[in-house]
Design a protein around this ligand. Structure first.
Ligand code: PMP
Length: 284
């Protein structure tokens, strides 16, 4: 495997960043994950726009132009012969003597780009049975709209979910509302048939898959309500699902051990999943 790091393409075993990299010391870094399909990128413009926004919200300098980054991404995909899988990229504020104060703006940011093969169809197969989720208090910070690598609450929540036999954790805020999944956006199909998902604010990540699923739903004439919903409403919902670049649309059939709807993947989640790649932007 080949990884892009420190300005060059290196073998996986030799790909390393400095011990005083601010990503390692302070989680002073942001990331993106893009789906690779048939060797091309799914929804690259939205992912690259969000990457630029994450950098600008944290005043981390861009490591290179967007066109240069696209070139690196395609090189990493090609050199690893990835046809179906993901690209992971991370940008940290760079390396320097450990100091909370930001380094001088000339400090070069660290850029890492990796690509990994994932068998086409694994998510579609999982979607046939759906997944379970476990709720947990949302103990993350108040800027979840920025895609930082500060993922410890998500790591612990997912582990708690896994130990309870669930694949994903759903965060619940102090008011009792489901904000989002540990690594996905959370949706229900309400009893009136509308799609419901948390509004965009500082408490959730503006998911790229969330945005494209909204485009799909509009094209299909499905009503969308961007509003909060509680765990109790999930229990009364017709369906539930999560969205993310790796899962696309993944039905959720159980919450905290209780069945949602008839306890099987629902028709709307299936419809959105099947339509998704016809609507998503594809760049070869
Ligand atoms: N919320 C969180 C907290 C996430 O980590 C992710 C996936 N990185 C998402 C939502 C889904 O975002 P996307 O559809 O852009 O993958």
């Amino acid at each position: 495997r080949i990884v892009y790091v420190n300005g060059g393409y290196r073998p996986y075993a030799q790909a390393a960043v400095h011990v005083e990299d601010r990503g390692f010391q302070f989680a002073d870094a942001i990331y993106e994950v893009i789906e690779v399909r048939n060797g091309g990128l799914v929804d690259a413009p939205r992912h690259l726009a969000r990457l630029a926004r994450s950098l600008s919200e944290l005043a981390i300098p861009a490591p290179m132009s967007e066109s240069a980054l696209r070139h690196v991404i395609h090189q990493v995909i090609r050199r690893n012969r990835v046809r179906d899988g993901i690209v992971y990229m991370q940008v940290s504020r760079g390396a320097g003597p450990r100091d909370f104060a930001l380094p001088s703006p000339e400090t070069p940011p660290t850029l890492v780009v990796l690509a990994r093969t994932q068998r086409r169809g694994w998510a579609a197969e999982l979607a046939e049975t759906g997944i379970s989720v476990k709720t947990t208090p949302d103990n993350r910070w108040a800027r979840c709209d920025i895609k930082t690598v500060m993922l410890l609450p998500a790591v612990l929540a997912k582990d708690e979910a896994r130990r309870a036999g669930a694949r994903e954790a759903w965060f619940v805020d102090a008011a009792g509302n489901v904000t989002e999944g540990a690594s996905s956006n959370a949706w229900i199909v309400a009893s009136n048939g509308s799609l419901v998902t948390h509004p965009l604010d500082h408490h959730i990540l503006p998911g790229v898959t969330r945005a494209t699923v909204m485009d799909v739903a509009k094209g299909e004439g499905i009503k969308i309500e961007q509003r909060t919903f509680t765990r109790e409403e999930v229990l009364k919902a017709r369906e539930a699902f999560v969205t993310s670049a790796t899962n696309i649309v993944m039905p959720v059939v159980k919450i905290d051990g209780a069945a949602i709807g008839d306890g099987r993947p629902g028709p709307l989640a299936r419809q959105l999943r099947l339509r998704f790649h016809q609507v998503a932007e594809f760049s070869a």
